[in-house]
Design a protein around this ligand. Structure first.
Ligand code: FES
Length: 139
């Protein structure tokens, strides 16, 4: 495996939360989240709720997991962690976009040919000054 594609040790990926990382495709960066399933498999999803795509599931300290499902804290949509399928909430039936990742020798690698691994953590492309889509100007 290519070291440039190593994301994190598999043991450091939680099963009751997520780890945030940033990927790049050309000049564009996007955020992704890793979570570990009960069988040890690690999966990666885009860090964006299909209901309001500017809402991040993981704001930097791990997405909320309840009853084994990822939860969007904005309006409570729940997503199956193995497939990303939304089984409850305003975007029910939608599916989180995935990134290809592989575990080898206890390490998680990004194996998605469309993206390169940038770094762990936030992309820095979003505005951290507001926690809402509606700012004080009303726009
Ligand atoms: S923004 Fe995620 S459920 Fe509405």
């Amino acid at each position: 495996m290519n070291d440039e594609r190593r994301i994190i040790a598999a043991d450091d990926v939680p099963s009751d939360g997520t780890v945030l990382f940033t990927v790049r495709a050309g000049t564009e960066t996007s955020e992704a989240i890793l979570t570990r399933l009960g069988n040890g498999t690690v999966v990666a999803f885009e860090n964006s709720c299909p209901h309001w795509t500017d809402v991040r599931l993981d704001k930097g300290s791990g997405a909320y997991v309840r009853n084994g499902e990822l939860v969007c804290q904005k309006h409570g949509a729940t997503f199956q962690r193995d497939s990303g399928y939304c089984d409850f909430g305003p975007c029910e039936g939608a599916v989180l976009s995935t990134f290809d990742v592989t575990v080898a020798d206890g390490e998680v690698y990004l194996t998605d040919d469309e993206f390169s691994f940038e770094h762990l953590g936030e992309s820095g492309d979003h505005d951290l000054s507001t926690g809402s889509r509606i700012d004080f100007t009303g726009s």
